[in-house]
Design a protein around this ligand. Structure first.
Ligand code: ZN
Ligand code: ZN
Length: 329
């Protein structure tokens, strides 16, 4: 017995906690090409050899509807459960259902980075109405290329935005209709394998020769990409009042720049008027991303990360330098 105890450790093994679902890693978090939550959900279902409908109804819905009558579940389908009607297609945005879905998925996969696949972190800062498309959109060249290179096929969050009309890499307009069956495809479908049509299951990747003129769309697309990329850095508690203060600072800098050199007037007048209206109307309510925040950054010659991540003092210094000012606030 003594010999036995010397050679065998009888203490029970410490087994780390296991996740109920695979802890599948989302693609490209922290970059402009971050995967969307809907894409992640579909890939997670595929990893378990399940349809998205089965995964949601079997594992996710019971946790989301914990206080509701379970028998009601049977009468619902995926679209109804996730509020995926034409009027509310924005599961990748900042809606209440998005937050519930993220919480449950993070619990089931034991991951902490799934909220960055949505715009949840920007709630209160960015106005989400009209920001997202009603249907899926994709760059066929990206998918064809990833397939050829054996890369993960997924949908970047940026493709959910209405103002991302082109792929900056391939200079192609994003496609919204299946070339095989002509259908427009819902963001959440019963079975939606990455890169395929959820109606006819045709492959949606395609090599296209030639490039389109995209320069006038570039600012918005890059701005949205940058916003997505910095999402993990802004943390979980955005403070809308800080953004309001920074926008007021930018307005002040614009006024000083014009005071110093009238040539700035023509370029800045329009955006200054918008900033004044926004400051008056919005107070601490969310701001319009494409109509206000992105053009303000462009005119102020700052990046989205400078606007959101620099503190007030750092931002002041950047702005003063950009406009050759020597200010004391
Ligand atoms: Zn592309
Ligand atoms: Zn199709």
């Amino acid at each position: 017995m003594t010999i036995y105890l010397e050679h065998w450790n009888l203490k029970p093994l410490e087994i780390p906690q296991r996740s109920r679902l695979f802890s599948l890693e989302p693609v490209a978090v922290g970059t402009p090409y971050t995967e969307s939550l809907s894409s992640y959900l579909h890939r997670l279902a595929q990893a378990h050899c399940l349809t998205s409908q089965k995964l949601v109804m079997g594992e996710i819905a019971p946790l989301i509807l914990i206080f509701e009558d379970k028998s009601e579940l049977l009468s619902k389908n995926l679209s109804h459960l996730l509020g995926n009607s034409d009027a509310k297609p924005t599961i990748n945005g900042m809606r209440e259902m998005t937050a519930k879905l993220v919480t449950v998925l993070e619990e089931l996969t034991m991951r902490q980075d799934l909220r960055f696949l949505t715009l949840l972190s920007w709630k209160g800062m960015i106005y989400d109405k009209g920001l997202f498309r009603n249907y899926r959109a994709w760059c066929p060249c990206c998918w064809e290329e990833w397939k050829q290179e054996n890369k993960t096929i997924y949908e970047p969050l940026s493709w959910s935005f209405k103002d991302v009309e082109f792929c900056l890499i391939h200079k192609q307009r994003l496609i919204e209709e299946c070339p095989h069956c002509g259908s427009r495809l819902p963001v959440m479908a019963r079975f939606s394998p990455a890169g395929f049509c959820s109606r006819c299951y045709g492959w949606l990747g395609q090599e296209i020769k030639g490039e389109e003129e995209i320069e006038k769309y570039r600012v918005n697309i890059q701005g949205i990409g940058e916003l997505i990329a910095i999402t993990p850095k802004i943390g979980y508690e955005p403070i809308p009042i800080e953004l309001t203060r920074k926008l007021q600072l930018i307005l002040l800098v614009f006024e000083q720049a014009i005071g110093k050199d009238l040539r700035f007037l023509g370029d800045l007048q329009g955006i200054m008027e918008q900033l004044r209206i926004a400051a008056k109307q919005h107070q601490n309510k969310p701001y319009h991303l494409v109509k206000l925040i992105i053009p303000v950054c462009e005119k102020a010659k700052i990046s989205m990360s400078q606007l959101f991540l620099a503190n007030f003092k750092e931002l002041s210094e950047i702005l003063f330098e950009n406009f050759g000012l020597n200010l004391h606030l």
